[in-house]
Design a protein around this ligand. Structure first.
Ligand code: SF4
Length: 142
């Protein structure tokens, strides 16, 4: 387009819906540097061109203004921004305190559909190896 040197690129990126264990095939619409839509993969062996309503909106959480992008810690009942070292130390202290005070099974871990398989794998390792509990579940089952 004449006079418009900021013309946006558009492309489709094949991926997998993260909302449940079915693993439907999606095509993520990328406009410029943003996810702008989701289409079904018609040749996907699992979903064969179908998506449920969650799958059609799978791109929406990525740029949500409500998404947490910085570490937070609760002080005097209010969530306030902090640095990663402080937040991670507070989480580690809280988990260790619960485990030591009430036993490993006083702690439960809930994995997220918005994390990768590898991140969820690491979460269950943290639960089983570091804390010593098998209390692990996933939001897709809740
Ligand atoms: S589209 Fe629906 S059924 Fe398919 S993986 Fe996503 S949430 Fe599950």
């Amino acid at each position: 387009m004449a006079g418009n040197d900021k013309e946006l690129s558009w492309r489709l990126v094949p991926s997998t819906c993260v909302y449940c264990g079915t693993g439907c095939g999606v095509l993520l619409e990328v406009t410029g540097d943003r996810l702008t839509g989701t289409l079904p993969q018609k040749d996907h062996p699992v979903s064969r061109g179908a998506l449920c309503i969650k799958g059609w909106s799978v791109h929406e959480f990525v740029h949500s203004p409500r998404r947490l992008t910085k570490p937070m810690i609760r002080k005097d009942g209010e969530l306030v921004e902090t640095d990663w070292d402080t937040a991670l130390q507070a989480a580690a202290d809280g988990l260790a305190g619960a485990r030591d005070g009430y036993g490993p099974d006083s702690v439960g871990f809930f994995a997220s559909a918005r994390c990768t398989n590898e991140e969820n794998y690491l979460l269950q390792k943290l639960a089983r190896v570091a804390v010593g509990t098998n209390n692990v579940d996933h939001c897709a089952r809740l």
